[in-house]
Design a protein around this ligand. Structure first.
Ligand SMILES: Cc1cc2nc3c(=O)[nH]c(=O)nc-3n(C[C@H](O)[C@H](O)[C@H](O)COP(=O)(O)O)c2cc1C
Length: 434
């Protein structure tokens, strides 16, 4: 009896999924976005993107979401981002899309604008819904933003649509709008970041207007039969903490608001909602000890997904913390997600979907503790260390090598310094202080 049940559940990961737009995905593996940090100063895709995505496509996932691609090369989220503003890189984008759609995989471009989360090392003039610096330890990595005018808002909406149009033309088979992790759309949604008094600020309907305008413009650009996903925070704190019986960051975008936004997106025709959480100051990845964090958290945002279950018909891709087939089967079986959103394990085991679906692999991918061996450095650069370490793994795959879990934290730090330049080490002087 139990064995039959297990087989039935295991088969769920391999089951195709029909999306509202009519497209069918071959299985439930949804490779979540990871910035590859492979573009040079020209923000153009490279031969290495092609190789990396070919490896992932051959690895068996149903959907590969690219790392975030920027709509404006002067407003990058991280050094090494690809930016797509016009058709100048169409030939290489075509090769990237072709590689990412081998083996029946879908390859969707994640489209983003960072708003004020654009590091000072790449951008001295960030833009945001409202002026105001990023609080907390990470604040020193960002310049103070200026408030967007309404004309600039309309320009960014057009840019999202234009980038989506070019993605489709290049052969990407879907797009994901990045509305999570504290970037521009998330800044509009959050009352902590958005202090506008025009139609884009104030009550939730107004704060969500920018996302809905972007969504509608992208839908118009790609047509009704093309998948559009939205990555959305369940709340702005990655682990829901109860604050006066209200979930979410005090005053931030919270779970009730997130559910309302999801329902509106469903009515507008979204195809997948990729559920995440966190911002730069409260990042989704919280420590440099991956395995310990996973033991503590399990699959991320599960409680939220249980709340959402039954409220929505649109497919959910719950993202974060999936490390083994048992947890994936359980989440699918419980009906709290329809796709398995998974990022870091695929930088270590790129053919994880094949292993699980074809070979019945039951092992867990243990994420390492990433340390420079120097405590103050680990403390100062914890989040950046983790990101850089996984970028190094992607770079190995992109060069035809195997991932190497033994890469040390000091190499990840040196890579971060190479990417950002020595300015990353220089704390900014706070106003009024020397
Ligand atoms: C190196 C790296 C780069 C990332 N880049 C992006 C990104 O470009 N866009 C995004 O939405 N999330 C990004 N993420 C977050 C992942 O998509 C995912 O939400 C997070 O890693 C949790 O999933 P996991 O536990 O399966 O890794 C990144 C994560 C890592 C490790």
């Amino acid at each position: 009896m139990d064995i039959m049940l297990d087989n039935k559940k295991a088969a769920m990961i391999a089951e195709p999924l029909a999306l509202p737009c009519g497209v069918t995905i071959k299985n439930r593996f949804y490779k979540s976005a990871m910035n590859e940090a492979l573009a040079g100063r020209d923000c153009a895709p490279t031969e290495e993107h092609v190789r990396l995505y070919r490896t992932w496509a051959q690895g068996g996932a149903g959907v590969l979401v690219t790392g975030n691609v920027m709509v404006d090369h002067t407003q990058l989220g991280e050094p090494g981002n690809v930016a797509v503003e016009d058709e100048r890189d169409l030939p290489m984008l075509r090769r990237w899309a072709a590689a990412g759609t081998e083996n029946g995989a879908h390859c969707w471009m994640q489209i983003n604008h960072p708003g004020r989360q654009s590091p000072i090392t790449v951008n001295q003039h960030p833009l945001a819904p409202s002026a105001g610096r990023i609080e907390g330890d990470y604040g020193r990595f960002f310049a103070d933003p200026t408030e967007l005018t309404r004309e600039q808002i309309q320009d960014i909406i057009r840019r999202f649509a234009n980038t989506a149009r070019i993605a489709k033309k290049a052969g990407f088979t879907g797009v994901e709008i990045h509305a999570a992790h504290g970037y521009l759309i998330n800044q509009f949604l959050s009352p902590l970041d958005n202090h506008r008094d025009d139609e884009y600020g104030g009550r939730l309907e107004n704060r969500a207007r920018f996302l809905f305008d972007v969504f509608d413009a992208v839908r118009e650009a790609v047509g009704p039969k093309f998948p559009i996903a939205v990555k959305l925070n369940s709340s702005d704190v990655p682990i829901a903490v109860k604050v006066n019986e209200q979930s979410g960051a005090p005053g931030g975008f919270n779970e009730e608001e997130s559910i309302w936004v999801m329902k509106q997106l469903e009515a507008r025709g979204v195809d997948v909602i990729d559920v995440s959480g966190g911002t730069y100051s409260k990042p989704v990845i919280q420590t440099n000890d991956g395995a310990a964090e996973d033991r503590r958290r399990g699959v991320y945002f599960t409680d939220f997904a249980r709340r959402v279950k039954g409220e929505l018909r649109v497919p959910i891709a719950l993202t974060g913390g999936f490390r083994n087939a048992a947890d994936m089967e359980h989440a699918l079986g419980e009906g709290i997600t329809q796709m398995i959103g998974i990022a870091r394990p695929l930088a270590l085991v790129p053919d994880l979907p094949n292993r699980v679906i074809r070979d019945g692999w039951r092992e867990s991918v243990d994420l390492p503790r990433i340390s420079t061996g120097v405590k103050p450095l680990d403390k100062a650069f914890g989040g950046i260390l983790v990101i850089s370490w996984f970028e190094l793994q992607m770079h190995r795959i992109a060069r035809g090598k195997q991932p190497n879990p033994r890469i040390g934290g000091m190499r990840a730090l040196l890579f971060a310094l190479k990417q950002h330049g020595p300015a990353a080490l220089t704390p900014r002087r706070r106003k009024g202080r020397q």
